[in-house]
Unconditional design. Structure first.
Length: 182
C-alpha cells in the first residue's frame, strides 16, 4: 500500500479512562484509522509518540506528570504528529492554536464535532503525505539531472503507447507529471 493510502495511525492521550475509551470507540468506526493505543499521562504519551510515530494524536491538556503543552514542547519538530487537543477548558484554546493544533475539542463534545475534527485531520495528513511524495520525486529528478547534466527532458510524446516498450517512466504527483528515463 503506498504512503498516500496508508491508514492513519492514531494515539489517544487523556488522563480520564472513560474519555480515552469514548474517543477510541469513535475512532474504531473509521476504517481509515489504525489505533495505536492510548496513554493516561504526559510522560507515557511522550514515550509512545517517540516509539510509535503516530500521524495523529488526540491530546488532553491537563494531565499528570506532563501536560499536553509540555509533551509538545519536549518533541523535536520532526517528531511532532498532527494534534487535536481535547480538554474541558476553553481557556487554553489560543495557546493550543499558537502551537499549531489542528483542532480543539471542548469536552463534552458531540460525535458530529469529533468526526468533523477527524475528517480535517485526515485531509491534512494526506495532503502532507502527497507533498512529501512530490518532494521526494523532485529530489530524485534532481539527482538524475546531476548524473546526466546535458540530457534534455524527454517530451511527453516519447512515452510508449500501451503494448510498446519504453525507456521512460511517468511519475505523477498531485500537480505535476514527470517523465524520467528508466
Amino acid at each position: 500500500m503506498n504512503n498516500l493510502h496508508q491508514r492513519i495511525r492514531v494515539l489517544v492521550v487523556d488522563d480520564e479512562p472513560l474519555a480515552r475509551d469514548g474517543i477510541m470507540t469513535l475512532l474504531a468506526q473509521d476504517p481509515d484509522i489504525e489505533i495505536l493505543g492510548s496513554c493516561g499521562d504526559g510522560q507515557s504519551a511522550l514515550t509512545a509518540i517517540r516509539a510509535q510515530r503516530p500521524d495523529l494524536v488526540f491530546l488532553d491538556i491537563q494531565m499528570p506528570k506532563k501536560d499536553g503543552f509540555e509533551v509538545l514542547a519536549d518533541l523535536k519538530r520532526d517528531e511532532r504528529p498532527t494534534v487535536v487537543f481535547i480538554t474541558a477548558y476553553d481557556k487554553y484554546a489560543i495557546r493550543a492554536f499558537e502551537l499549531c493544533a489542528l483542532d480543539y475539542l471542548l469536552k463534552p463534545f458531540r460525535d458530529a464535532r469529533f468526526f468533523s475534527a477527524l475528517s480535517r485531520a485526515k485531509k491534512e495528513i494526506r495532503q502532507a503525505r502527497a507533498t512529501d511524495l512530490g518532494q521526494k520525486v523532485d529530489l530524485l529528478l534532481g539527482h538524475m539531472r546531476a548524473l546526466n547534466p546535458g540530457a534534455a527532458p524527454a517530451p511527453p510524446t516519447a512515452v510508449a503507447s500501451p503494448g510498446e516498450t519504453s525507456d521512460r517512466v511517468v511519475l505523477t504527483t498531485r500537480s505535476d507529471i514527470h517523465i524520467v528515463r528508466a
